[in-house]
Design a protein around this ligand. Structure first.
Ligand code: NDP
Length: 316
């Protein structure tokens, strides 16, 4: 039950690069943004180590430090950053209503949704351990492929992401094993064609990963053929998982237009959703690029759209 009600001009939900960049712009425009971090302050980047592809860091930076810097920059201009999860939203009322951790009710004139997406994982114990210890298990080839230059790696998945990432890795790595759980791929024909015609990609059909080997870093993967039962140990130093992402948009179902995976629909060239004053930025509305820098760019767009909306309705 709600215990407090507070009115906010500009609410930002989520604390990845999109949310913090929106906050920097919104705060500088004097929208007095309040940002709720969600349960993983800093978002997906806090689970990676080196980030070498965010412009402005010629020597690279770690994900957690980058996110701390973005947070500090947002706070420098007056953003209130609060730990908490928005658990319910009523976007159709005026002002819009939200509940934090089921208990605190807030209202807002405008909201920028930057709740991100979460990579799906196979669910193996060693996968989780080596991922969290930055031991060579990753869900982003573009982010981490570089660390495996000239080495052998494996990638799981058979959708467009897996096909695209396998192709990307094949240009950097000596050999790429692509582990496909069925006898066919879900990826588009063009992407499949590319994968099948790349000499250093070996596709393991009807195959599932039984275990990932290695104490500190990945040393191999045990793969079973689910038709023949045959087991094979791959010697690899990187293990990529590309079995899909889940956008964190469940609380907006039934209110915001989204595709069947849950990615929010935005109007082309803007961050506008189907509800006035509700803007979506970053990975929750982007299944194609999913990069920190593109998320940050769309966060900026969201804040500019929110500012224009507030001016138009006379709330700012
Ligand atoms: P998808 O959901 O399309 O594909 C996921 C793949 O992972 C499937 O092949 C699935 O196998 C496999 N998979 C799922 N769970 C497991 C598991 N536990 N073990 C092994 N394999 C598993 O996700 P994507 O990220 O590839 O794509 C998401 C959306 O984004 C799609 O609509 C795609 O078209 C789009 N996209 C478009 C791009 C482009 O146009 N350039 C680039 C990237 C993505 P199975 O097939 O057996 O279910």
């Amino acid at each position: 039950m709600a215990t407090t009600t507070e009115h906010i001009t500009c609410l930002i939900i989520g604390s990845g690069p999109a949310g913090y960049t929106a906050a920097i712009y919104a705060a500088r425009a004097d929208l007095k943004p309040v940002l709720y971090t969600g349960l993983t302050p800093g978002g997906q980047l806090t689970e990676t180590t080196e980030v070498d592809n965010f412009p402005g860091y010629p020597k690279g930076i770690t994900g957690p430090v980058l996110m701390d810097d973005l947070k500090a920059q947002a706070e420098r201009f007056g953003t209130q950053v609060r730990f908490g999860l928005i658990t319910k939203a009523d976007l159709k009322s005026t002002p819009k209503r939200f509940w934090v951790d089921e208990t605190i009710e807030i209202t807002a004139d405008t909201v920028i949704i930057s709740t991100g997406a979460s990579a799906k994982w196979i669910g193996l114990e060693n996968e989780n351990r080596l991922r969290l210890n930055a031991g060579g298990v990753s869900a982003c080839a573009v982010c981490d492929g570089f660390f495996f230059k000239g080495q052998d790696v494996a990638i799981v998945g058979a959708g467009d992401t897996a096909a695209e990432e396998a192709t990307y890795l094949s240009k950097l790595c000596k050999k790429v094993y692509m582990i496909v759980r069925r006898g066919e791929m879900r990826a588009s024909k063009a992407m499949q064609h590319r994968v099948k015609n790349t000499a250093n990609i070996e596709i393991l059909w009807d195959s599932e990963t039984k275990d990932i080997l290695g104490k500190e870093t990945v040393e191999g993967a045990v793969v079973t053929n689910n038709k023949s039962g045959e087991e094979r140990t791959l010697t690899v130093s990187g293990f990529f998982v590309a079995i899909g992402h889940k956008p964190n948009t469940d609380i907006f179902k039934g209110q915001l237009d989204m595709d069947d995976l849950g990615y929010l629909h935005i109007q082309p060239g803007s961050t506008k959703t189907n509800i006035d004053g509700v803007f979506a930025v970053g990975d929750c509305a982007d299944k194609t690029y999913r990069q920190a820098v593109t998320a940050a760019g769309s966060g900026c767009m969201g804040a500019l759209d929110a500012e224009r909306y507030l001016s138009a309705v006379g709330a700012h």
